[in-house]
Every structure is written in C-alpha cells, then in structure tokens.
Design a protein around this ligand. Structure first.
Ligand code: TMP
Ligand code: ASP
Length: 243
C-alpha cells in the first residue's frame, strides 16, 4: 500500500478507493514536541479501538466524523479529508500548558469550557494562536472557525457526560478536523488517552488518578495499565453496539 503520511503515532495509507484512507496506529509515543520518545506496549490497538468506539458513538449523536470502520485491531478505515492544520483544545479543568502559561493551579475547575486554537506545526512547536493570528493565517474561514468552536463544544458536552459515567473526569482534550470533498467539516484524527487528560474519580491521589499520556510525559509508570483501564471503562459503558 502507498504510504501517504507518517506522523508520530500513526501512519496513513492510500487504499483502492480514492475517498478512503487506512490509518495504522503505532505503539510509539512522543512528548514535548518529540523531544521525549518511547513506546507504550499495546497503545496502538487501545487508541485505535477507543477512537473507533468514540467516533462511531459521536457519529450516532450527529457529530460528523471521518470514521468508517475498524478492519483490524490497529487499523481504521477513514474518509479521506484535507486536515485543517489547527489543533483545537477544549479545557474543563486547568492542567498542562494552561497552568504553565497563566499560573492557575492544577485542578482549578474553569467557569466555562475554554476553546483554544493551536497551529499544527511541529517545526514551530504548535504555538497557541490569538484570534487575530488565526484570521491572519486564514487556515480556516471565520465561519469555519466558528463551526470548529461549536463542534468542539458539542463534543465536549457529549464526552464530559460520557466519561462521567465511566467515573473519569475529562480534564481537557485535543481535536483535529478535516474537510471532505464537499467542503464539509468532519472530526478526524483520534480521541484517546494520547490526546485527552483523564482523571480517575476512583482515585484521590493526584498521581494515581492520571489515566492518560501524562503518565508517560511525567514518568509516572504503569502507562499501559492506565490505557487499558480507560479502554475497559469506555467499552463497558458503550456496550456491544460500539465494540
Ligand atoms: P497542553 O496542556 O499540553 O496544551 O495539552 C492540552 C491537551 O491537548 C491535552 O489533553 C493533551 C492534548 N495534546 C495533544 O493531543 N497533542 C499535543 O501535541 C499537545 C501539546 C497536547
Ligand atoms: N504529541 C506531542 C509530541 O509528540 C506533544 C504531547 O503530546 O505532549 O511531542
């Protein structure tokens, strides 16, 4: 198969159908703009399975996604889209770069969900964009930016309530979107413990509760079992229709 693109955690291949791509999830993990590299055993399969389940479920709720099906444990068939080079981050609780850049204490519950746009450009370190810089770069029209924000907030409402039922707090997460051949905006990429901060409500200790890639970023250990816990709770909550 012809390789179209290789990212840090996934490889995209062309298929016989020009409208369909195959995404293969890798066990490779990176952090801090790939300054830290490693492997998380079984991550490819877990992130692929979680993404498939959540995208199928979000699709059933009317969120347009690029997801088609999961032909193998680490593979997704997806609609071919032109990725909009923006990372859309939604935050419910202060953590990570928000704490570093604002001084807010980790764990502060935000009075409203924060939507942030970052430029998807590793060479530039994915900088946070101001509204005027977003307008200047013109990577999406103002009405597309408005739609991205609306979709991100709708996805946050669905996912926050869903993770609550899994006894997990959705602290923050990153989304990517693409345009299909009809210029429709589709949710793309992945939603997984690599791209979310997830805190276990069954644990009060601030390190023990971490169920996401912060275990790898901060060398907290037990990364694989945290990812497995997330997968198990999601699949148990969604039930057989999405597994
Ligand atoms: P941040 O606090 O480091 O800005 O991250 C916010 C959220 O975005 C967090 O859930 C992790 C996710 N994220 C990615 O998925 N990819 C990235 O490259 C970065 C920096 C963050
Ligand atoms: N995904 C980014 C990287 O590989 C950053 C991160 O997730 O921390 O560098």
């Amino acid at each position: 198969m012809e390789k179209r693109y290789e990212g840090k955690a996934k490889i995209l291949y062309a298929t016989d159908d020009p409208d369909v791509l195959l995404t293969v999830f890798k066990d490779d993990a990176t952090a801090f703009n790939a300054q830290k590299r490693g492997q998380i055993q079984g991550k490819g399969e877990i992130n692929c399975t979680i993404t498939a389940a959540l995208f199928a479920w979000l699709g059933s709720l009317g969120i347009p996604t690029h997801y088609l099906d999961q032909p193998a444990p680490t593979q997704l068939r997806v609609k071919s889209v032109q990725i909009i080079p923006l990372e859309v981050v939604v935050r419910n609780i202060a953590a990570g770069s928000l704490c570093k850049q604002t001084g807010l204490a980790e764990g502060t519950v935000l009075p409203f969900p924060l939507v942030e746009f970052y430029l998807k450009d590793d060479a530039l370190g994915d900088p946070l964009l101001t509204p005027d810089r977003l307008r200047l770069l013109n990577l999406a029209t103002p009405s597309q930016v408005e739609e991205l924000r609306r979709l991100a907030l709708r996805i946050n409402e669905h996912l926050s309530a869903f993770f609550q039922r899994c006894e997990i707090t959705l602290v923050d997460f990153k989304l990517e979107f693409g345009l299909d051949s009809h210029q429709q905006i589709l949710l793309a990429d992945e939603i997984s413990p690599d791209t979310c901060r997830l805190w276990d409500q069954q644990q009060s200790d601030p390190q023990a509760r971490v169920l996401d890639k912060d275990r790898f970023r901060k060398d907290l250990g037990q990364v694989e079992s945290a990812y497995q816990t997330v997968q198990q709770r999601i699949l148990a909550q969604l039930g057989p229709a999405y597994t």
